[in-house]
Design a protein around this ligand. Structure first.
Ligand code: ADP
Ligand code: MG
Length: 560
């Protein structure tokens, strides 16, 4: 039978994977087990929503089988299975994401990124196998099919016999080669260890026939080796466990595997709440902003489980936009399985959970700000912009939630500071919180308008993001102190009568020159007048009215 070819890009991606990702080759098992678990989830979900399947939870299992003589490792499940078409489209091409993976390939510093991020999990089996056979029968179908491939040279697809629905993945494990050890994937203890390490929380039993030393029946000191089915995983989902039973490593593994990130999260938030609404939540703040975070493609949301069964992959209603960077899941027994998206939007339980999560996220961030400042500044580099958008959004209605979380660069501290830190340092005669806008800290440093304030020893916040001034205007004030741009007319100084008089006199003396300047500049300026603000610079530009020069610039640059 003629072999079908993989799509070209799949082929190159396969080569890349097989030949360059040695260090992490053990993750193939995790990938295949999680596929099996997904397949069972799909069937289990069906059994819960349709009444006539006759299936119950106890029926489901994932099995591992080692045949070391034949060098074969089998992973089987009694999940939903695949039809002929599904085998072809799911395993014959690296789905749409494959082409994306390929475009990104050059940018990916660490090749390992490719596996999880772009859903090519199944292909990782070729890292350890010289041949992969998939036998599958879709639930409710009569005919089973066999898919077979030795890697990048294509695959065959034929009819075959299989008594029950589900999928069997048969790996012919490679021979040891130089310093590459493959034999270990045929060793019971190694497989057992890998299941514990990566797949312990899988909610269906992962069973294997294992050799066990047992006390011989009827004796007290005679042992015998028996072969017995053993469940290798503890099955309790990680979020249902006690916090003190979970290591940081486990939390991170779970995060990386579930949310396709290969860097560690910046923060893990795990809460178990009982009361009016009962739920477990496991949330993560990523260590890096996803590459598409500040684009329209990025989709916010938490996974939503009802008593351990996944009912929605990205429940957007659980997260406000300003915390859209949070990844994670919520498991609640108070939600119905059959609940639809539309119903969820109006669900009171869900709203209550969302509002508690929001408060929790805020308090965890504040804690980080207090106790792990550097980490917080890193976090803010990644997601601070989103928080500032949040301040601006809804005409400042999120003020209470966000005002303590934002940081701005300070002229006196030479680093980002919080607003309350600023206020705590304000001088007795200082009326306002001063800020200056510009493209960069360096450029703001050179602004003529900042000179006098600096001379007087006042701290100035530097606004370098377009959104900053807009956001702060929505805040209006912080802790009773109003914000003032360094370019504004009134900086709140008490001027003595003699100073005022001197200024008036000076303005009068130069009246003719100002008139001449105005005439020469024409429409480019609305007024030329004397400023008491300047020290070493001869002139500065300022705006009158509600908008600052910077805001005008930004608004003018926006497409209509
Ligand atoms: P992902 O799991 O990220 O979708 P994979 O490469 O791991 O990507 O799997 C590709 C697809 O193949 C899955 O989405 C699923 O539809 C199908 N698949 C893989 N393994 C199984 C299985 N054991 N049972 C049913 N379908 C499977
Ligand atoms: Mg997968």
């Amino acid at each position: 039978m003629a072999k079908k070819q993989f799509k070209a890009e799949s082929k190159r991606l396969l080569d890349l994977m097989i030949h360059s990702i040695y260090t992490h080759k053990e993750i193939f098992l995790r990938e295949l087990i999680s596929n099996a678990s997904d397949a069972i989830d799909k069937l289990y979900y069906r059994s819960l929503t349709e009444n006539n399947t006759g299936l119950s939870r106890e029926d489901f299992e994932i099995r591992l089988d080692i045949n070391s003589e034949e060098r074969i490792l089998t992973i089987s499940d009694n999940g939903i299975g695949m039809t002929r078409e599904e085998l072809e489209s799911n395993l014959g091409t690296i789905a749409r994401s494959g082409s994306l993976a390929f475009k990104k390939e050059k940018e990916a510093k660490d090749e390992i990124d490719i596996i999880g991020q772009f859903g090519v999990g199944f292909y990782s089996s070729f890292m350890v196998s010289s041949n992969v056979t998939v036998i599958s029968k879709a639930y409710g179908e009569e005919q089973a099919y066999m898919w077979e491939s030795t890697g990048s040279d294509g695959y065959t697809l034929t009819e075959c016999d299989k008594p029950n629905y589900g999928t069997e993945i048969i790996l012919k494990i490679k021979e040891n080669h130089e310093d590459e050890n493959y034999d270990e994937f045929l060793q019971e203890y190694k497989i057992r260890g890998l299941v514990k390490k990566y797949s312990d929380y899988i909610r269906y039993p992962i069973k294997m026939n294992t050799q066990q030393r047992k006390l011989k029946e009827g004796t007290e000191d005679e042992y015998e080796t028996v072969i017995e089915d053993q469940t290798l995983n503890s099955m309790v989902p990680i979020w249902r466990k006690n916090k003190n039973e979970i290591s940081t490593e486990e939390y991170h593994h779970f995060y990386q595997e579930k949310f396709y990130d290969f860097s560690d999260p910046a923060k893990v938030i795990h809460t178990n709440v009982e009361g009016v609404s009962t739920y477990n939540a496991l949330l993560y703040i990523p260590g890096k902003a996803p590459y598409n975070y500040y684009t329209k493609e990025y989709e916010k949301g938490l996974q939503l489980y009802s008593s351990g069964v996944l009912i929605m992959d990205k429940c957007a209603d659980l997260l406000p936009d300003y915390f859209s960077f949070v990844k994670g899941l919520v498991d609640s027994q108070d939600l119905s399985l059959n609940i639809s998206r539309e119903m969820l939007q109006h669900d009171r339980q869900l709203k209550a959970i969302a509002s508690r999560l929001e408060k929790k996220i805020k308090s965890e961030l504040l804690e980080m700000q207090k106790t792990e400042r550097e980490k917080y500044e890193d976090f803010f580099k990644n997601f601070g912009l989103q928080l500032k958008y949040g301040l601006y959004d809804r005409f400042g209605a999120n003020k209470e939630m966000l005002q303590d979380l934002v940081l701005f660069y300070s002229s006196t501290e030479n680093k980002p500071v919080t607003l309350s830190e600023y206020v705590s340092r304000m001088k007795l005669d200082q009326k306002y919180i001063y800020y200056a806008c510009g493209d960069s800290v360096e450029r703001i440093e050179r602004l003529p308008q900042t000179e006098m304030l600096k001379d007087k020893g006042f701290e100035i916040l530097y606004f370098t993001d377009d959104i900053d001034e807009f956001a702060i205007r929505m805040l209006h004030e912080f802790d009773g102190k109003e914000f003032r741009s360094v370019s504004s007319d009134d900086l709140g100084f008490e001027e003595s009568e003699t100073d005022k008089e001197a200024a008036r006199k000076e303005a009068e003396d130069y009246q003719d020159m100002f008139a001449f300047m105005k005439e020469t500049l024409g429409d480019k300026v609305s007024e030329v007048r004397l400023s008491q603000r300047l020290k070493t610079h001869p002139v500065c530009l300022a705006s009158s009215g509600g908008l600052s020069i910077e805001m005008e610039k930004i608004l003018n640059a926006m497409p209509n």
